[in-house]
Write a protein that binds this ligand. Structure first.
Ligand code: 5GP
Length: 182
């Protein structure tokens, strides 16, 4: 039980399921990045909880850096506009970047970020997304590491918000439409 259960229509992934899946992703990344110069690039703010769990499941030396980009404001649909609010703190030339994102939805955000970071000449760029909504994709982009595929519904929890609420829920759930006037 949590403070927000009354606003949640359905729990998609419990805290235990999330932890187990993130451990598997961490093991895959550990296997693939041995001997590389790994930098985890967390996309704030939605990926902050995923990134902290994933980083602890990667058994390799790695750096952690963050970017913040504008997303939906307080609505629930993408505008296609991506604005950098906070850039990386370190140069990435020659490094192996792994972009850590909460959800791959239309793909606009990651498509743009990947293009922008590629211009800085890293050795490689891959994408790790906890959730994927393939039905909504507009841009041609796929995650190299993917936690779960989900239907086209607005989800919150485990870092994901609706109008800055629910980020601290330990599970991921679908918000009741009446919460956002749907
Ligand atoms: P894209 O650019 O792929 O359309 O959108 C990616 C961003 O939109 C995600 O990083 C996330 O911040 C936001 N987003 C997309 N779908 C959802 C959702 O179901 N719930 C929440 N809270 N954010 C979402």
């Amino acid at each position: 039980m949590s403070y927000a259960d009354k606003d949640i229509e359905r729990v998609l992934f419990t805290a235990e399921e999330l932890k187990a899946r993130v451990a598997q992703l961490g093991a895959e990344i550990t296997r693939d990045y041995r001997g590389k110069d790994l930098v985890l690039v967390g996309i704030l703010r939605g990926a902050y909880i995923f990134m902290s769990e994933l980083a602890r499941q990667i058994d390799l030396p790695c750096e952690a850096d963050f970017m913040s980009v504008s997303s939906y404001g307080s609505g629930t649909t993408s505008t296609g506009q991506v604005r950098i609010i906070k850039d990386l703190s370190e140069p990435v030339e020659g490094k192996d970047l792994l972009l850590v994102e909460d959800i791959l939805d239309t793909g606009n955000t990651l498509y743009y970020l990947r293009e922008m970071l590629a211009a800085r000449r890293p050795a490689s760029i891959s994408v790790c997304a906890l959730l994927d909504k393939p039905e909504r994709r507009v841009k041609d982009i796929k995650a190299d590491y993917m936690g779960f595929t989900i239907p086209d519904a607005f989800v919150v929890g485990y870092g994901l918000d609706y109008a800055e609420h629910y980020r601290n829920l330990p599970y991921i759930g679908i918000v009741k439409p009446e919460v956002y006037g749907g």
